[in-house]
Design a protein around this ligand. Structure first.
Ligand SMILES: [Mg+2]
Length: 229
């Protein structure tokens, strides 16, 4: 059953443009090609370029965290590492799993005259590939992935959000994300964040980070978008 959330409806009423995190709200990027396997493949590529992993890197199973490590230890290898990771992510989304309610939010935005931009730490090419494969491109104004070769652009930095909002008024936007770094990036960019608690324990963390509202399902956001149009 879709929950009705009065505060969520009120929050969404003035919103003209929804900013949506990708991995989590829209789909599970690494559902078919698990993140640790992607990290392993990225690491193998780096070893081929002659980089000996620091101890932390040897156990790093989050490919995006591994990219940050590369930037920290071998900035000269960030661009080739990012290119390799982009290819791996673009492969991974082919077996990515649509998230329940993700498409409903995209459709509810279209039906209520709201724009949608994807704002993600994943590569723009991977996001666009997923959207095209699932016939969702028409719902999305713009996809803003991490800046190629610059992992410092990734959330919790506000940079990607600011890029997606450029030329607009922050009060016209809301950001939906499933990680505390999303909420932190929103605060830093001056845009309110709705937390999507898709795992046990996330609600408390998202609330503590400063999410305006936390929901357990994307369908409740879709319902509130429809109710507030
Ligand atoms: Mg996410």
């Amino acid at each position: 059953m879709t929950e009705t959330n009065a505060s969520l409806t009120d929050l969404l009423r003035p919103v003209k443009h929804v900013l949506l995190d990708f991995d989590g709200p829209v789909c599970s990027v690494f559902a078919g090609f698990p993140a640790p396997d992607v990290a392993q493949s990225l690491q193998e590529g780096l070893e081929a370029l002659g980089w000996k992993m620091p101890e932390q890197g040897q156990v790093e199973t989050d490919p995006l965290a591994l990219l940050r490590l590369v930037a920290e230890h071998r900035p000269d290898l960030v661009s080739p590492a990012d290119r390799r990771l982009t290819l791996l992510e673009t492969g991974a989304v082919q077996s990515g799993r649509p998230n329940p309610g993700g498409e409903a939010v995209l459709r509810a935005c279209a039906e209520s005259g709201r724009a949608v931009s994807i704002v993600s730490n994943n590569a723009t090419a991977a996001i666009e590939s997923y959207l095209a494969a699932h016939d969702l491109t028409r719902y999305v104004t713009r996809s803003v992935g991490r800046t190629p070769g610059d992992p410092a652009s990734m959330k919790p930095s506000p940079r990607l959000l600011l890029e997606a909002m450029s030329g607009g008024e922050t009060q016209d936007f809301i950001f939906v994300g499933d990680a505390t770094r999303d909420v932190e990036a929103g605060l830093a960019a001056g845009v309110g964040a709705i937390g999507y608690a898709n795992k046990p324990g996330k609600r408390e963390r998202l609330e503590a980070a400063g999410a305006l509202v936390v929901v357990d399902s994307m369908d409740s956001i879709a319902a509130a978008l429809e109710a507030s149009s």
